[in-house]
Design a protein around this ligand. Sequence first.
Ligand code: NAD
Ligand code: DAU
Length: 350
Amino acid sequence: MKKIIITGGAGFIGSHVVRRFVKSYPEYSIVNLDNLTYAGNLANLKDIENAPNYKFVKGDIVDLKFIQQLFADEQPDAVIHLAAESHVDRSITNPLEFVMTNVVGTVNLLNAARESWKGQYDKKRFYHVSTDEVYGTLGEDGMFTEETAYDPHSPYSASKASSDHFVRAYYDTYGMDTVISNCSNNYGSFHFPEKLIPLAIHNIQQKKPVPVYGKGENIRDWLWVEDHARAIDLIFHKAATGTTYNIGGHNEWKNIDLIKALCTIMDKKLGREDGESAQLITFVTDRAGHDLRYAIDATKLQKELGWVPSITFEEGLEKTVDWYLANEKWLTDVTSGHYQQYYTEQYNNR
Ligand code: NAD
Ligand code: DAU
């Protein structure tokens, strides 16, 4: 029997990780700890909410007393930590919120684990889910390896880099069993439509302008979210203590090319004329400090743990578009209310 606290399980990636663990490991007990911010949504987990090995707890990782009580109540064997403020644009508007959740929240979890797991570090594991953005930006060539020096540029990536450093410090200083993975851009179902791919799908469907920052020359390395969840499962179970793995799909796309590909798929799916949706593409003011290019070298994960992505980007993108078109209610629910205000503030003066 294993009890695992998964933080941020009601978010995009967290919901896929929770679903995978609940379904694949009926002998484990999964506690989903999430504060249900704008990005957290229990509708993401409707299909498993009544599973006997699943429990949801609403709570804030910034609240140390609450976290200590949770550890005392649940006596977890492991933590898989995904809870975070995750959107770069929001971090530019409100950096302190990112410091509180991503840095203070992570240190609170580490401290609660340190107290609760004293004398049993060899039987416990703290898995921290991080991002490739900690490595900064690449030029025309090269890739991020696990040895690349940290060089974050946005308040979001600076907060994630800081949390990674704290996790390593708890391994070095206290001997806590920690593991970190740094992944590239994810896409797939339940992705909140503030992020490029779901935002573009939503706007194309609504025939609204599709905002592309700058000239659309920035490059991201896209990975299907279920392949990320599978990598987390492998690393959680197989990685040696204190190690780090990069996760990525060898799948680099210029933003503008990606949006054009999406437009072509949407034209077909929506019965529009070829080229109709592409007319919605609108170049807008660039993101401040916009990293030019991310690319992950996932050789270590492939060689040591045998992980490779399971589907191509073409398949994944088509599946994703199909999911959004079939789940209009999910999209309508998450884009009503606060999202409208965010969207106006974020895009009206660009
Ligand atoms: P998300 O924004 O979709 O979800 C974050 C979740 O954390 C939400 O459910 C939210 O309610 C919860 N949360 C936020 N603040 C909290 C708090 N104070 N207490 C408890 N819960 C809180 O994020 P995501 O895209 O699913 O990312 C998950 C993790 O993976 C993050 O740590 C992110 O840095 C990392 N990551 C994301 C990507 C990506 O492409 N999305 C890639 C690599 C790494
Ligand atoms: O690389 C991993 C990271 O990927 C994660 O750590 C972050 O949590 C996740 O949000 C994502 O960060 P990005 O900033 O790369 O993702 P986003 O979807 O916000 O933007 C992708 C690219 O598209 C980026 O170059 C900015 C651009 N963009 C984004 C939006 C929202 C646009 O051109 N227009 C837009 O409206």
